[in-house]
Design a binder for this molecule. Structure first.
Ligand SMILES: [Zn+2]
Length: 156
């Protein structure tokens, strides 16, 4: 079996303690290299080289053998943090959209285009307002626009 893996180099994944050799607790690993696979009685395992992000002494390189179907993405991919209509909760993490993860990503992506970001969020706000009629307008305003950092020339 050499099917495509649901993870790859650069991904941050988590593996529960039972499903990798060896360590205590859940492993959080940024994959650096995919090694060879091994067939065992309980399934297909893979040798991974990566950076252990959960080590209390700080990130460090390590190799592990992990059961392939127990390897999970450590966090939903950014594209998954989209609003689910009509609830406007995040598809990725279930929090009110825009969730903290999406807010961070938006600020990164629009770092030099704050006006564009305002327009984008304003359009989302209009859509949300039509779905969330039970919420007061200022609640929605705060949720969609209130978290944005003030532009440097604000207040003049
Ligand atoms: Zn989210």
């Amino acid at each position: 079996m050499t099917g495509a893996l649901p993870f790859g180099v650069g991904d941050v994944v988590q593996v529960a303690e039972l499903h990798y050799c060896y360590g205590l607790g859940t492993l959080t690993l940024r994959i650096v290299e995919l090694g060879c696979r091994e067939r065992h009685s309980d399934g297909l395992w893979i040798n991974l080289r990566g950076v252990d992000l959960g080590d209390p002494r700080g990130p460090r390189q390590r190799r592990v053998l992990a059961r392939i179907d127990a390897v999970r993405p450590a966090e939903p991919r950014s594209s998954a943090h989209v609003p689910v209509r009509p609830s406007w909760n995040c598809a990725g993490c279930g929090q009110e959209w825009p969730c903290p993860y999406r807010r961070r990503r938006l600020l990164q992506r629009y770092a030099r285009e704050r006006i564009t970001l305002h327009i984008y969020l304003g359009m989302q706000l209009v859509d949300a307002a039509s779905d969330l009629r039970h919420l007061p307008a200022d609640t929605l305003n705060t949720r969609f626009l209130g978290w944005l950092p003030r532009p440097p020339d604000a207040g003049r």
